[in-house]
Design a protein around this ligand. Structure first.
Ligand code: HEM
Length: 138
């Protein structure tokens, strides 16, 4: 990203795809078996967006973090349809600005010694709780 800043927007999308906690719930408004099992009016269903974001039929090698992935922007982290996140353009812009400023400010950024991602995950296992890093001031 430092050598080729044009990778930054794709990197931001890949982070949103790869490590975002997103499950959304919906309340069933009428009895239906639209997806197979019977769902009754008033039932609550939970859509695991993080799981959709790792769908192998849409994202090749979905469990691999790849900032050059061509379709990473297809993730569902901002939802879909009529309730699609109104703040998505702002969130995307902020993420890109933050990433590029951080890279510009520090010439060297690396993981803290002995960093193991699995020790820094939230309970559900998708999202990092913390990311210990070491930086060098310019
Ligand atoms: C990375 C940051 C963000 C993520 C992952 C995110 C995610 C989401 C998701 C998944 C939804 C859809 C919820 C649903 O369908 O039930 C949503 C809706 C919404 N988001 Fe965001 N959001 C982010 C940042 C923002 C920001 C910065 C703003 C405002 C400045 C914002 C404002 C909204 C609003 C107003 C809605 C409701 C849209 C509607 O119901 O029509 N979001 N967001």
């Amino acid at each position: 990203m430092r050598e080729n800043p044009s990778l930054i927007p794709g990197a931001a999308e890949e982070v949103l795809r790869y490590r975002f906690t997103a499950s959304m719930d919906r309340t069933v408004t009428e009895d239906t078996d639209i997806f197979g099992p019977l769902m009754k009016k008033g039932d609550i269903i939970i859509a695991w967006i993080s799981s959709a974001n790792r769908d192998e039929s849409h994202f090749a090698n979905a469990d691999q973090f790849d900032i050059t992935r061509k379709n990473s922007r297809d993730h569902l982290t901002f939802g879909n349809g009529e309730h699609f996140c109104l703040g998505a353009p702002l969130a995307r812009l902020e993420t890109q600005i933050a990433l590029s400023s951080f890279i510009r400010r520090f010439p060297s950024i690396c993981f803290a010694p002995d960093f193991r991602p699995e020790e820094h995950l939230l309970k559900h296992g998708f999202t990092l709780n913390s990311l210990p890093i070491m930086i060098e001031q310019s």
